[in-house]
Design a protein around this ligand. Structure first.
Ligand SMILES: C[S@@+](CC[C@H](N)C(=O)[O-])C[C@H]1O[C@@H](n2cnc3c(N)ncnc32)[C@H](O)[C@@H]1O
Length: 192
């Protein structure tokens, strides 16, 4: 049967914590797979705030959500750097977010030079943690296999490892013996 794939594990962590009516964040919407997943979890009473810096990502995500019949009231697609997350979310979302998903790297099928960067990623991770409710989780999939990806993955891991253990629980989930550096999960739950 094998272990859960990296993306299935990320979805399991988030799926266990998000209920109908919740507010959630997709910090890297890309082609919208995670935005659609989150929109299904939160239902009509909930809301997904999704970020990307590329218009092509917003177009692809909008098309995916529309094709799946997701009502427009359930999501906000922001053409904005996720480092601006704190300013972009409504004030009542602060401390109320059930889950924040990050899927780092570049947009598949687009310019591979447009990729997440450690400095803005770390700012966005900090901002996302500040929005979480108790019991909520941040889940990042990191990609050490592309140029710059190993440095970014190491920075995210070091960031999570340095979080105060009384307030945050941080884990990784990764395959140890693939031939090439594989993506892996860094996740954090807010304990109190
Ligand atoms: C691996 S893709 C995300 C895949 C997506 N989760 C999906 O389901 O299709 C990473 C995305 O992050 C976006 N990105 C890069 N830098 C960003 C930033 N500073 N803020 C927000 N998004 C960014 C890229 O444009 C790209 O679309």
């Amino acid at each position: 049967m094998g272990f859960l794939s990296i993306l299935s594990f990320a979805h399991a962590i988030v799926g266990e914590r998000v209920r109908s009516g919740d507010v959630v964040v997709d910090a890297t919407m890309g082609n919208g797979h995670d935005t659609l997943f989150l929109a299904g979890l939160v239902g009509d009473g909930g809301h997904v705030y999704a970020f990307d810096v590329q218009p092509a990502a917003l177009a692809a995500t909008q098309a995916r959500l529309a094709a799946a019949g997701v009502p427009a009231a359930r999501y906000t697609l922001l053409l904005r750097d996720h480092a601006e997350l704190a300013d972009a979310l409504p004030t009542d979302a602060r401390g109320a977010v059930a889950a924040a998903m990050f899927n780092l790297g570049y947009l598949p099928g687009a310019d591979h030079a447009v990729t997440t960067q450690p400095a803005t990623t770390l700012r966005a991770l900090d901002a996302a943690l500040a929005t979480l409710r108790v019991g909520g989780a941040l889940c990042a999939v990191v990609y050490p296999g592309h140029p710059g990806g190993a440095e970014e993955a190491a920075a995210v891991e070091a960031w999570a490892a340095a979080l105060e253990p009384e307030r945050w629980q941080a884990v990784t989930y990764r395959f140890l013996n693939p031939r090439n550096p594989p993506p892996y999960v860094v996740a954090v739950e807010k304990r109190k």
